[in-house]
Design a protein around this ligand. Structure first.
Ligand SMILES: [Zn+2]
Length: 274
């Protein structure tokens, strides 16, 4: 399991870990070893599209994008299975988009199977296992909302423990500055990735194209970036802007699925370990 601990560190370095609080002394030490800017061929963009599973706007347009991405699919919803099967058939990665308690909003808005901080340990475990079982082809997990739950160490220890048992990696959507996910994932040895940019937190073409421009800047600096977009209210805007930007972005970087980032971090780290 020590190897996975190293992998988590490698992913932090690879994505330019910028957590507030900076509890990871190993990450800051590693910053002095930052490699020189990578050539275009070795730069990576991992697009993650959240909120599949409910027949949301833009579902088809996203699935047909001419690049491989990662589809985050909500469990227990009318098109959960259908979207997971379609995404898998088109070569995209499938991950579970697990609803987790936010700081703002009512628990009743969360839908079926949400992870609430008020739940006892056994019920959290049961819900995480059921969510994974409900999304076919899932190889990872990320959080839908979760600004309260991802800051709760007891809750995240259970969620990440189940991920470990099922062989899933975790993508921290980073909806909280107080996230405990990096700390707990490292302790448990769960491969971890983190979101760098939300593409469509404001639903307008102008905003999404601005975020895509930001993404290009980050790629040039860091070499690897994870960006999250959504089906639903911004689905057609985001899929349209991405489709337009893809040819230009491809001159600067390669689009990858999250599993490829996990795998390449593992290989890169393996090269360094004697
Ligand atoms: Zn979501």
């Amino acid at each position: 399991m020590r190897k996975w601990g190293l992998l988590v560190l490698a992913v932090w370095i690879g994505t330019g870990w910028t957590a507030a609080g900076g509890t990871a002394t190993s990450a800051s030490a590693a910053a002095t070893n930052d490699p020189a800017p990578s050539p275009a061929a070795s730069r990576h963009i991992a697009v993650v599209i959240d909120d599949f599973g409910n027949g949301m706007k833009g579902t088809e347009e996203m699935l047909k994008l001419p690049v491989k991405f990662t589809a985050a699919i909500m469990p227990f919803l009318p098109t959960t299975r259908q979207d997971a099967e379609a995404a898998h058939a088109m070569g995209h990665d499938v991950i579970v988009h697990l609803t987790m308690e936010p700081i703002r909003g009512k628990a009743s808005w969360l839908g079926p199977g949400a992870i609430l901080t008020s739940l006892p340990d056994g019920e959290i475990r049961r819900r995480v296992e059921a969510a994974i079982a409900d999304v076919p082809y899932a190889i990872g997990m990320n959080n839908h909302m979760g600004s309260r739950a991802t800051a709760d160490e007891r809750v995240m220890r259970i969620v990440l423990q189940v991920c470990k048992e099922k062989g899933l990696f975790f993508l921290d959507s980073r909806t909280s500055w107080k996230t405990v996910v990096p700390k707990v994932a490292q302790e448990l040895g769960v491969p971890l990735l983190q979101n760098d940019v939300f593409l469509d937190d404001v639903y307008s073409h102008r905003h999404v194209s601005k975020q895509i421009a930001l993404l290009r800047q980050h790629i040039r600096k860091r070499g690897t970036i994870v960006a999250i977009g959504h089906v639903g209210p911004p689905g057609l805007i985001t899929s349209g802007e991405l489709k337009n930007a893809i040819p230009t972005l491809q001159t600067e970087a390669t689009f990858v699925r999250l599993s490829e980032l996990v795998a390449s971090s593992s290989r890169a780290q393996g090269d360094k370990v004697r």
